[in-house]
Design a protein around this ligand. Structure first.
Ligand code: ZN
Length: 235
């Protein structure tokens, strides 16, 4: 294998490795979906808590009505039982009964309003629960796909890294160091082809003598402008 072909092969492997790393970094790990899910769960929890509070409130009102109704029944028994005959006392009892009737009626209105709220909120809570569960499943599926993708990239990366190591071992040390040096300062690309008599890296026009030397083969020529190793144009 020509020295030129060796570094070109090394460059191809390094470029594929860099592309893989870039792809891996760009992968969406589901953080955005997770945030949305947390918000959906909060909305559901909030709605459920609100509904529960209304249900508790309605139950409290119902107990209150039961208690007031029992009281009213007792007053009415006294009122119509015939045991009490004093007109002033009867008048006072009647006033108590009337006040209780009004209080019960007021609370019953509140109960009605509360029940309307419950009827309205119950399907909302169910909808929010379904939405949160749907997002939960979507996130799980996304994370699973992400893990598979990461595993595939890691496997490919390991394979390429092994090939890269084997290739690097075949290249003489000085050339390898030169390659690494150029790659480090030239944006990861140390070997480029000649394109239309120009450097494929920085596009500077190359002198005829240099083009000839590049075409001749295993004579490592570097671009005077960008320092990259030049390969003959693709034929
Ligand atoms: Zn150049």
């Amino acid at each position: 294998m020509l020295r030129m072909d060796q570094v070109a092969e090394l460059q191809a492997l390094d470029s594929r490795l860099a592309a893989l790393q870039k792809r891996r970094r760009a992968l969406d790990d589901g953080a955005g979906l997770h945030t949305t899910l947390v918000q959906a769960r909060q909305a559901w929890e909030q709605a459920r808590t609100g509904l529960h509070a209304t249900e508790v409130q309605v139950r409290t009102w119902e107990l209150e009505v039961e208690s007031l109704a029992a009281k009213r029944k007792k007053f009415e028994q006294d009122l119509y039982g015939g045991r009490i005959t004093n007109p002033k006392e009867l008048e006072s009892l009647q006033a108590e009964v009337n006040a209780l009737k009004r209080a019960i009626s007021r609370i019953e209105d509140q109960i009605l309003g509360g029940m309307e709220t419950i009827e309205r909120e119950r399907p909302e809570v169910v909808a929010l629960e379904q939405s949160a569960k749907g997002q939960d499943e979507a996130l799980a599926a996304h994370v699973e796909a992400y893990r598979q993708e990461v595993a595939a990239i890691d496997a490919e990366q390991a394979e390429l890294a092994a090939r890269r190591e084997a290739m690097a071992a075949e290249i003489d040390e000085l050339l390898l160091r030169k390659y690494e040096r150029i790659r480090a300062r030239a944006g990861g690309i140390a070997v480029v082809r000649v394109e239309h008599d120009r450097c494929g890296g920085c596009h500077v026009a190359l002198p005829e003598g240099m083009l000839v030397r590049v075409r001749e083969g295993d004579d490592l020529v570097t671009c005077e402008e960008c320092g990259r190793i030049l390969r003959p144009a693709r034929v």
